[in-house]
Design a protein around this ligand. Structure first.
Ligand SMILES: Nc1ncnc2c1ncn2[C@@H]1O[C@H](COP(=O)(O)OP(=O)(O)OP(=O)(O)O)[C@@H](O)[C@H]1O
Length: 482
């Protein structure tokens, strides 16, 4: 895919750039955030909800200077896509908001969360609200929760059931046995999802309640802005008047002393007033470094629930649920779902992203989703997850599968019942490992590289002509988890 038009892809500007960073609360940045809100609103209408959510919602505003606006995308794929499909629109809408804008650069910002602070729908809604002459200060408590995250579409398994049950308890009216609720787990395992689900369920029970959700980074940015504007009293009052306060990714304030001071007092006031507090972090309180002891012990007073990596069964259930919720009419065979669940193990965000990518691409190029199509579409992602398969493992599995001894497989015997499995093993070694033909030859009893080449060719032909061999190879590939 080419980086045409707006895709003057540059290095990612720092997250601490003019908009997303702590120092970015000035009037110019406010204007920029408001413009971004309007650009996004226009794009949402123009492109349709589905396209917008898939391709444009994950973008974050990094900043602007001269004739250029800088955006960030969480993956290279998305950056490419946006550059090649939305370049003109982005440029056109930005130029309308910010005269003189001639380029919109989309940078890849690895590790960026799906909803960076400067571009969460909440921030955008708040930005639009601000544009409609609500004072920026009102943003602090008016950050709405996202309706698309609910308890209903959170899939429960062993790794997250404690967190899920605790979250439900916090959302129910009536007394809660613990406060705060502290949810922790590594990235992309559903902490933010659960927070929004709490907010939605709480508001469903008590529509007049005041609910605030914000990232710890946003807490800091707003607090520092209030400090600068000598308006901290209003900041404190706004935040402490809520019925349910949720602070996401609290590890962000590690080492930020004045913010921690304020955070500690906010926590205390909320808890002692009997309001609910939910906090998330990427690790447990005892493993958070750079956070004041008194904050840690306050957190540990409540309920600390961890979310662990999803196991295979949960990954499978999540994929089925996400697929059922998709609007595209694309058939995804069970073997593809199983393949994704087997391969993408680290976090749910990535799992969901992989499924979206395959489905969106299949719809775009009008092709059926097959295992091969999935492998090709996700080649970069899968490479990163590849476990190092060795020739030795392949030989063992093949020998076992065909009920042969290893010594036979590696011997000089040419009888068909040994020679064919040997060719299959060579073929798999070539396809599934980065080893060269001469090296594979050496590992198969010192054979020449032309023998290996011949074996690979032969099996390729047989896979087309002989169903049984094709099924054997497919089965072995699965057994090898490749
Ligand atoms: N159990 C689950 N069921 C359904 N969807 C899930 C589940 N767990 C995670 N997800 C989805 O995975 C994506 C990432 O989750 P989320 O943003 O909540 O992660 P997180 O733990 O807050 O990550 P980070 O620490 O990076 O902010 C979301 O789209 C969320 O809906």
């Amino acid at each position: 895919m080419s980086h045409n038009g707006a895709g003057r892809v540059s290095d990612a500007g720092a997250v601490g750039g003019p908009v997303a960073g702590a120092a970015g609360a000035g009037a110019a940045e406010d204007n920029l955030v408001r413009s971004w809100g309007r650009v996004r609103a226009a794009l949402r209408v123009e492109s349709g909800e589905r396209n917008f959510d898939t391709w444009l919602a994950p973008l974050a505003l990094l900043g602007a200077d001269g004739d250029q606006v800088r955006l960030a995308a969480p993956t290279a794929f998305l950056a490419d896509w946006v550059a090649s499909h939305f370049a003109d629109k982005l440029r056109q809408h930005w130029a309308a908001q910010r005269p003189g804008t001639r380029h919109v650069a989309v940078a890849v910002q690895a590790g960026m969360t799906a909803t960076p602070v400067a571009a969460t729908p909440a921030a955008v809604r708040a930005a639009i609200a601000t544009a409609a002459a609500i004072s920026p200060a009102a943003m602090a408590i008016s950050l709405p929760v996202e309706s698309r995250y609910s308890f209903d579409n959170f899939i429960v398994g062993k790794s997250n059931e404690l967190a899920y049950n605790a979250a439900q308890a916090v959302a129910e009216p009536g007394p809660v046995g613990f406060n705060p609720l502290f949810l922790h787990g590594t990235t992309g395992l559903g902490k933010t999802h659960l927070m929004h689900a709490i907010g939605n369920a709480f508001l469903a029970e008590k529509p007049d309640a005041k609910v605030a959700y914000m990232s710890a980074e946003k807490f800091m940015v707003e607090f520092l802005a209030a400090l600068r504007a000598k308006d901290t009293i209003a900041f404190k009052q706004r935040l402490r008047s809520v019925d349910l306060l949720m602070i996401d990714d609290v590890q962000f304030i590690a080492g930020k002393e004045s913010t921690q001071e304020e955070f500690f007092h906010t926590m205390n006031e909320i808890i002692s007033a009997g309001k609910r507090l939910v906090i998330t972090a990427d690790r447990s309180p005892q493993n958070l470094e750079g956070i004041q002891e008194r904050i840690l012990s306050r957190m540990a007073w409540g309920l600390v629930a961890d979310i662990n990596a999803a196991d295979y069964e949960l990954r499978l259930n999540i994929l089925h649920a996400k697929l059922a919720g998709m609007s595209q009419n694309v058939v995804v065979p069970a073997e593809v779902i199983e393949f994704l669940a087997r391969k993408i193990t680290a976090n749910v965000r990535e799992l969901e992203g992989a499924l979206n990518r395959v489905v969106a691409y299949a719809a775009l190029v009008n092709q059926p989703v097959t295992l091969e199509f999935t492998r090709e579409t996700l080649a970069d992602l899968l490479r990163a997850h590849e476990k190092k398969l060795t020739i030795d493992e392949i030989q063992r599995k093949v020998a076992e599968y065909y009920h042969l001894k290893m010594t036979d497989l590696l011997s000089a015997r040419r009888a068909r019942e040994v020679a064919r499995p040997r060719q299959v093993a060579m073929y798999l070694a070539k396809r599934l490992t980065p080893r060269s033909l001469p090296e594979i030859g050496r590992r198969f009893g010192g054979r020449d590289h032309t023998t290996v080449m011949h074996a690979v060719k032969r099996i390729e032909e047989l896979r087309v002509a002989d169903r049984e061999i094709d099924a054997d190879v497919a089965h072995l590939t699965r057994l090898l988890d490749a």
